[in-house]
Ligand binder design. Sequence first.
Ligand code: FEO
Length: 397
Amino acid sequence: MYIRKITDKIDYIGVNDRTTNLFEGLWPLPYGVSYNSFLVKGSEKTALIDTVEVSRAKEFVNCLKSDSVEKIDYLVVNHMEPDHSGGIPILIEAFPEIRIIGNKKTVEMIKGFYHLNDDKLFLEIRDGDVLSLGDISLKFMLTPMVHWPETMMTYCESEKALFSGDAFGSFGALNGGVTDYEMECGRYIVEMYRYYSNIVGKYGKFVLNALQKTLPLEIEFICSTHGPVWHDRIAEVIDITRRLASYQGEDGVTIIFGSMYGNTAEIAELFAIELNKLGIRNIHIHNACKASLSDMISDAFRYKGLIIGSPTYNTEIFPPVAQVVNALTSRDIKNKVVASFGGYSWASAAARKIEEALSADTLLDAGSVAMKQSMNPETEIAVKEIAENFVELLGKI
Ligand code: FEO
């Protein structure tokens, strides 16, 4: 881990995790993840913004000590998920004079998770409260459900820095630098889609509320809990977040299918070919039997078009596909053009069940096709017609 200067008053003091395989026990971390913390140094007081995951907490505290940080007056807890709060007990031991700043829900969670029950430990704040550190101050903004109910953001006006919690976060450990102008950030941008859709995706309307709150702020640095500190690409990451939170897809189509013996897979291929003939260039096909759920959710959020197909299995959707359908509907996926397809041997169910699952008012249904046993002329005609309808509807959203 390393301490890096962001501004004269703000140091980065986060850790890189290149060991954990699955974030939240679910989401692959092929490039690792960073847990970001920041030290804000005023003329009179010093505040730490968030801690790190518990497995790295000793390293984190040792690093603070090695940087001659003798006293930390405040710990601002923007977010209580344990990847950021796990280091709180060890930090308190190392800096016993510290006071923890959070809102009512934060304090309840700290008591619940870590059994730190001494009320003198806490300084409870409300939305809009300002804390002076001497020559600089911190303003607290409650932004519930980005991504938990206690979530808040902290703004340092003089440094034009927004400590944004999980918002604008990205998977990917930091590779040498911290700010976006110190590193090639293409991969972090791709990982931002995956992070948002996998972790925060259900809470779009709350993310939009939070974005609205940050609009009046002058921001030169976005200090998220994960990934690079954004400076040069602030407009881009705000735009990505706004589009994802409002489910506004980019041009492109995601096709997700499962297949036991290749017959349902043929329909997926045919859809891609027909769409391509109609001018669609950005098509992403995932075989749910082997693709990462994380990547499928990410592409489904990212692009305007979504086609899902499955064989009928025990009169249901094939389990690998059912998992994706459930992940998307539980994230309230909307504003998409959708279509569904299925293969069956003797009783058709999967295509209809996928279509029903994707039947929200905000999803434009281009059609559904069920194929008995293997590819046949009727299915080919139906796929062609649905593809034409699909492209027409893409032009309407
Ligand atoms: Fe990175 Fe919701 O925690």
